[in-house]
Design a protein around this ligand. Structure first.
Ligand code: NAP
Length: 258
């Protein structure tokens, strides 16, 4: 029997990358999966495979975390049997552009802040009161090594992840005295669609990010996330900072010479 048999795990941004890998890893532990992203077609395609992998059940719905009213209404109007969320993985996020701050595009800044900071807050605000009321829950926020150390031309993305760090720590303080746990997962470079999204579909530029380096895989990150969710209920893992062996921090990489 899986370690999270029958527990309801809500994953935002489950249609790709780390979120999709989390769905797979939680499925293997027997969880009931509540999956959200804008690309509902992808979530629907994933569903049979997740059930086959061990998910007790799957409920997928389209959600743009930038839309506060839509987030509130989606959580409020969940089918009765999906309302008791045990684990929230606040994963939805993105980067846009790699520009010097003074030459950046304000619409890119808005999208990153609206998704990575405000979206995470909206989902948290909608889900956590139920956890407090039921006296059980775990919020796992997706941070980054980018929130620990700012890198050139990435100031706004790094700022969103520094904000995640502050929100993660603040939420843990505000939940002290309740049994609700709060964890930040802070990975370095992970090979996903992240760079493709950052460079708006420029494959060649995205591929260069991972050239001559072994990055983390989405499954590596999902493994750490499931580990934090399967500790004894009195153990709160505050933060997991993780990189591949080819990365020391958000600035230093071991690119192999060929
Ligand atoms: P990815 O492969 O591009 O996946 C991003 C996911 O977020 C997709 O499922 C996307 O789904 C969803 N998403 C984006 N905007 C959304 C919105 N407004 N509403 C709902 N869902 C939204 O990238 P990833 O690397 O897995 O990124 C996942 C998280 O990990 C992000 O928070 C990212 O900042 C963080 N992270 C990534 C890395 C890395 O190197 N890859 C490192 C550290 C942290 P839809 O497009 O279908 O909505």
């Amino acid at each position: 029997m899986g370690k999270l048999q029958g527990k309801t795990v809500f994953i935002t941004g489950a249609s790709a990358g780390i979120g999709a890998a989390c769905a797979q890893a939680f499925a293997q532990e027997g969880a009931r999966l509540l999956l959200a992203a804008r690309r509902i077609d992808r979530l629907n395609e994933m569903t049979p495979g997740l059930k086959q992998a061990g998910a007790a059940d799957v409920h997928a719905f389209a959600l743009d975390v930038q839309q506060n009213a839509a987030v509130t209404s989606a959580v409020e109007n969940l089918p009765e049997e999906w309302k008791r969320i045990d684990v929230l993985v606040n994963n939805a996020g993105l980067s846009r552009g790699l520009d010097k701050l003074y030459a950046g595009h304000t619409e890119d800044w808005d999208e990153m802040i609206d998704t990575n900071v405000k979206g995470l807050l909206y989902v948290t605000r909608a889900v956590v009161p139920g956890m407090v009321e039921r006296g059980s829950g775990h919020v796992i926020n997706m941070g980054s090594t980018a929130g620990e150390m700012t890198y050139p031309s990435g100031a706004v993305y790094c700022a969103t992840k520094a904000a995640e760090r502050a929100i993660n720590d603040g939420l843990r303080q505000d939940l002290l005295g309740t049994p609700v746990r709060v964890t930040s997962i802070d990975p370095g470079m992970v090979e996903t669609d992240f760079s493709l999204v950052r460079f708006r579909g420029d494959d060649e530029r995205a591929a260069k990010v991972y050239q001559n380096i072994t990055p983390l895989s989405p499954a590596d990150v999902a493994d750490a996330i499931v580990w934090t969710a399967t500790r004894p209920s009195h153990v709160n893992i505050a933060r997991v900072s993780m990189t591949s062996i080819d990365q020391a921090n958000s600035m230093m990489f071991n690119r192999k010479q060929r």
